[in-house]
Design a protein around this ligand. Structure first.
Ligand code: PGA
Length: 249
């Protein structure tokens, strides 16, 4: 059975005080769920988040990292630094990193390799732009993103990988993919995985959906057989909304 995950990507939101307040509320209201629950505060608050969540079942994850272990890379964060403060999972390839910070498939491949070498778990994001979907290229595009950054990996690496399909046109727009569109793409992703790695890997990898998931639409999206949870942006910033989404799994 693959694991179900609900992960909150806080992006560049919440100062230290706000971080602690939201985490305390989440801990207090956390429902009894079999899903793994994760939050990704900004880098400067990761350490504090790890401390405030000690003993809770919420995992703290990072939004990004550099592909080198150390060195002259001003402003960057090395994977070993994350591990050192108790952060063992990292989000890579978010569409905002790709669009605003020039992250390419080639760069992401290097980050994936470094994260795995450090024994980290990866939430790997990918997804098409609206133009790709309108012109019917969304399946090709998604397949290419996966092949370019991940399909060089050996079979055993896949137990450390979580996939997050996030159509760019649905992120922060209030426009979500329909449950059918999500299911269609997730099934396609499993088929693509199966063709290269076989059905055990294809059936074992957790595939999250991301893009305007809210308490009101979460349970319908999560009810689809190939959707194993969500990567949540805006709605992860309010405890009641995030809890409502967790309750949808
Ligand atoms: P959203 O963001 O839920 O605000 O659309 C999702 C994401 O960027 O992961």
């Amino acid at each position: 059975m693959r694991s179900k995950i609900v992960a909150g990507n806080w992006k560049m939101n919440k100062n230290l005080e706000e971080t602690n307040t939201l985490l305390a509320e989440l801990v207090q209201k956390m429902p009894d769920t079999s899903a793994e629950v994760m939050v990704a505060p900004t880098f400067v608050n990761l350490s504090a988040a790890v401390q405030s969540l000690a003993g809770s079942r919420i995992e703290v994850v990072a939004q990004n990292m550099h592909f080198e272990e150390s060195g002259a890379f001003t402003g960057e964060i090395a994977p070993g630094m994350l591990k050192n403060i108790g952060v063992n999972t990292v989000i890579l390839g978010h569409s905002e990193r790709r669009a605003y910070f020039g992250e390419t498939d080639g760069l992401l491949k290097k980050k994936v390799d470094t994260a795995l070498a450090q024994g980290m778990r990866i939430i790997f994001c990918f997804g098409e732009e609206l133009d790709d979907r309108k012109s019917g290229k969304h399946f090709d595009l998604v397949e290419r993103q996966l092949r370019n950054a991940l399909f060089h990996l050996p079979t055993e690496a896949w137990k450390h990988i979580v996939l997050a399909y996030e159509p760019v046109w649905a992120i922060g727009t209030g426009e979500t993919a329909s449950p059918e569109q999500a299911q269609e793409m997730h099934a396609f992703i499993r088929k693509t995985l199966e063709s290269s790695y076989g059905s055990d890997i294809a059936q074992g990898v957790t595939i999250l959906y991301g893009g305007s998931v809210k308490p009101g639409n979460a349970s319908e999206i999560f009810s689809k057989p190939d959707v194993d949870g969500g990567l949540i942006g805006g709605a992860a910033l309010k405890a009641d909304d995030f809890i409502g989404i967790i309750n949808g799994i």
